[in-house]
Design a protein around this ligand. Structure first.
Ligand SMILES: [Zn+2]
Length: 376
C-alpha cells in the first residue's frame, strides 16, 4: 500500500522532506520593450532558469549535481531534509534536445557561478530566485538569452555545444567563428553587448546555422556599396551586399526576431544595435513591414546599380519572417534553417538556390515572400 508506506516514512523521520527545487535568476536586457512579445521588460527581471546547471549540498553532502529540467527544476529530492541547503549555479544550461550553452570569460577562461543558501521548510516545491553575483552578471545575462533562443528553436539538431566567450578581447567585437577557442565553433561577445538580447541571439543564430548544416552558410560580406554603405564594420542591416552575406546575416536577425516575437502574429519588432543612418543611436526595425528609413524592397528602392545577386539583411530578414508567419499552415523556424542549409548557396546566388530548394509549405510561401521584399 503506497499510502501506508509514505505514512510510515514520515513517522520514522519527520525531518525528511521530498522537495523539488525550482530555480529562477534575474537578467537584464536593455534592448527590450520595443514592441516584441517575449522578455519585454528592460528592467532586471526574474526568469525561469531553463536547464541551468546546479549543485545542491546539505551538511556537506552533495544531493543534486546536474542540469535542471526545462522549467528550471530538479526532480523530487527525497534525500533532502528540512533546514538549510547550499547551492551553486554555473553559467551553463542544457535546453531542448540536449543542446548545451556554455559560458566562459574570454580573458580568464572562468565559467561564472553564483552561490547561495536556502532554508527548506516543507515538502513540495521550493522556489529559489537569485540575482547572479556582479562578477558574473554578464555571463548569466548572455546565458538567459542564448538558452531561451535554443530552448525555443533548436536548429533541428541535438546535443550540440554552444560555446560562448564573454568580455571578448577581440577587436572584431561580437562575432561567431567556426574555429574559435581551441579550434571549436565559438561565439564571442563584446562586453557592451552582454545585456543586448537581440545581438546575443543573432550570434547564436550564426552558430545554429553552422550546426544545422555541418558548416558555415556562405557569407561573403566583401562587397562595398557607395549608395548603400555599411553603417559600421563590413556589413549592416541596410547595406547593399552580396546576397550570400545578406541571406546569412538576414537569417541571424530573423532568428533573433523569431525568438522574441510570437510567430502566430504577423507583427514583429527587433532592436538593432548599429546606428544605421547616423541619426538614431538605437533603431527599432519592423521585421514585418516598412518603418521609417527601413523601407521595404530596400535594394530596389534605396540603392543604385543592378540588384541582381545583391540584397540587404533587412530584405532577407523580412522575407524569412513572411515565410514563417504569412497566411496559414506555416513552417517552423527549424524548417527554415534546414531549407537554408540545403540550398548551399555561393557568393551571389543565394536567392536562386533558395528558389530551387523551397518545397512543401515553404515552397508555397517563398515566392510571395521573396517578391514582396524584392529579393532576386
Ligand atoms: Zn552576423
Amino acid at each position: 500500500m503506497t499510502v501506508a508506506t509514505i505514512g510510515l516514512g514520515i513517522m520514522a523521520n519527520p525531518a525528511n522532506a521530498a522537495v523539488k527545487l525550482c530555480f529562477n535568476y534575474y537578467s537584464t536586457f536593455t534592448d527590450a520593450g520595443i514592441g516584441e512579445d517575449y522578455h519585454t521588460s528592460s528592467s532586471a527581471s526574474s526568469r525561469t532558469a531553463r536547464g541551468l546547471w546546479v549543485k545542491v549540498t546539505q551538511n556537506g553532502t552533495t544531493k543534486f549535481e546536474d542540469y535542471t529540467d526545462l522549467n528550471g527544476c530538479t526532480g523530487s529530492l527525497s534525500q533532502l531534509n528540512t533546514g538549510s541547503i547550499s547551492y551553486k549555479a554555473y553559467a551553463s544550461a542544457k535546453v531542448s534536445r540536449g543542446n548545451k550553452i556554455w559560458l566562459n570569460d574570454d580573458a580568464s577562461g572562468t565559467r561564472g557561478y553564483h552561490s547561495g543558501t536556502k532554508t527548506i521548510s516543507s515538502t513540495g516545491t521550493t522556489n529559489i530566485t537569485f540575482t547572479p553575483s556582479s562578477n558574473y552578471r554578464n555571463q548569466f545575462d548572455i546565458l538567459a538569452a542564448a538558452s531561451y533562443a535554443v530552448y525555443r528553436n533548436s536548429g533541428a539538431k541535438s546535443d550540440k555545444l554552444y560555446r560562448i566567450r564573454s568580455n571578448t578581447t577581440s577587436s572584431s567585437g561580437s562575432h561567431f567563428k567556426t574555429s574559435g577557442h581551441n579550434g571549436n565553433p565559438t561565439v564571442y561577445m563584446y562586453s557592451g553587448h552582454s545585456n543586448k538580447k537581440f545581438v546575443i541571439v543573432h550570434e547564436v543564430g550564426h552558430m545554429l546555422t553552422y550546426f544545422n548544416k555541418g558548416g558555415r552558410w556562405e557569407n561573403d560580406c566583401g562587397f562595398k556599396s557607395t549608395s548603400c554603405p555599411a553603417a559600421a564594420g563590413a556589413h549592416s542591416m541596410a547595406s547593399k551586399e552580396n546576397n550570400s552575406c545578406a541571406a546569412s546575416e538576414g537569417f541571424a536577425h530573423f532568428y533573433a526576431a523569431a525568438t522574441y516575437n510570437n510567430a502566430s502574429q504577423d507583427d514583429c519588432k527587433m532592436h538593432y544595435y548599429k546606428n544605421e543612418f547616423g541619426n538614431d543611436s538605437s533603431p527599432i526595425v519592423d521585421c514585418e513591414t516598412s518603418n521609417g528609413a527601413f523601407v521595404t524592397k530596400y535594394v530596389e528602392n534605396s540603392c543604385v546599380g543592378s540588384p541582381t545577386g545583391y540584397s540587404t539583411e533587412l530584405d532577407y530578414m523580412r522575407s524569412f519572417w513572411d515565410v514563417l508567419t504569412d497566411g496559414t499552415n506555416n513552417p517552423c523556424v527549424n524548417d527554415i534553417v534546414t531549407w537554408g542549409s540545403n540550398a548551399n548557396w555561393g557568393k551571389s546566388n543565394a536567392t536562386t538556390r533558395l528558389n530551387s530548394t523551397a518545397s512543401g509549405t515553404i515552397g508555397n510561401k517563398w515566392p510571395t515572400a521573396r517578391d514582396n521584399n524584392g529579393l532576386n
